[in-house]
Design a binder for this molecule. Sequence first.
Ligand SMILES: O=C(O)C1=C[C@@H](OP(=O)(O)O)[C@@H](O)[C@H](O)C1
Ligand SMILES: C=C(OP(=O)(O)O)C(=O)O
Length: 453
Amino acid sequence: MSPSASTTTSTATSTGGAPLDWAAPLSEAPVDADVRLPGSKSLTNRYLVLAALAEGPSELRAPLRSRDTLLMAAAVASLGARVSDVPASDPTEVPGWRVEPGALRGAGPLDCGLAGTVMRFLPPVAALASGGTTFDGDPHARTRPMAPLLGALRDLGARVDDDGRGLMPFTVRGTGHLPGGRTVMDASASSQFVSALLLAAARSDAGVEVVHEGEPVPSAPHLVMTQQVLRDAGVEVESDLATTGGASGTRWRVAPGRVGALDVDVEPDLSNAAPFLAAALVTGGRVTVPGWPQRTTQAGDALRDLLDEMGADVDLTPEGLTVRGGDGVSGIDADLHDVGELTPVLAAVAALADTPTRLRGIAHLRGHETDRLAALATELNALGGDVSETEDGLLIRPRPLHGGRFSTYGDHRMATAAAVLGLAVPGVVVLDVGTTAKTLPDFPGLWTGMLAG
Ligand SMILES: O=C(O)C1=C[C@@H](OP(=O)(O)O)[C@@H](O)[C@H](O)C1
Ligand SMILES: C=C(OP(=O)(O)O)C(=O)O
């Protein structure tokens, strides 16, 4: 099969050479493809942070090399680590990274782009450094929630200067050590506040105890991931977070001590698998993602159950995950509190479904790359959809859609969601598709490759 319209309407870009406005290809036949995906953003950026704090050199194989992870690599290098490329043993793979830790020094201004992991995970590292580090990023990044993390850092003995609103830009005045201790904070806006404190905690003088008070912390799998990578690095971490996901924690404790060097293969990014697997479902075709881990802490693993519930046939084998579309697409009633980053693509699938969908538990998405609930409702409705925002999610009532220009608001997952719509709706133009470079290099190339089988 061949895509009917993979045309480009504009070519200039600031994010990695992809076209700005992109006519999403319509699928004229069921997709049938294997799609190999690059490494996980969440794992790559945790490994980079821990490697910079470790007692010896680390090696990361098959890391993600995208805007978010290149910014993280550059930032840990500015803070004192030495990051160098290591050729991959298989020339078709991306080069790995060797990270040699160095004395932590203040740096800046550090460019965080729009990366939550960079703007949240590095302030505690900067608190351990000697000298001040200023954090800044894209204009929208200056609105993403930060205050609970900055307050917690102050509780643990760090000095942080901000303009009183707890947003970027702010400066962490590192003194070369962080006293540590206990902090009580509200992490209901982002699990990344907790992950950030835990990742650097072993290097504090007294260790760190984090107590959460407020509505449940979102993204439980990402917290399980943080605990797991810490344990992989030999760090002692205790919590009341269930290891199977589904229950978010309220209390964590990391003992002071050494951070061991890492020697790791980065898993493929399972959240980035979402649009490709969704393509199999909405076109009634097949997509296989090779190398899907049998066990993982990644939130994207939830796609297996979610797509199954929406009508796909899902099969995990040692070779990979295969999703096949069937006779139709069912709407779902799903709580995505743990796996919020899957929302945009699932909303796109839901808009093409045969029955309505309710997505719940995702009020915190209003603080993501954009206000994702407003953005999805606005853009789906502009294509003729019937979507309304609720207090904590979206109601999506499918009806026939038409083509149009789909704004992405600098949000990579808005762009991949629009590509899914474009498979079934002629004339969808994705504005600023280059924004996908945040976590996925050459998304348009991967997408058209999938359509070409
Ligand atoms: O720790 C991480 O790697 C992430 C945690 C989640 O953030 P929130 O808890 O802010 O949703 C997730 O949405 C984000 O894509 C990545
Ligand atoms: C919420 C996301 O990213 P960030 O790490 O910037 O928070 C995301 O990738 O969906």
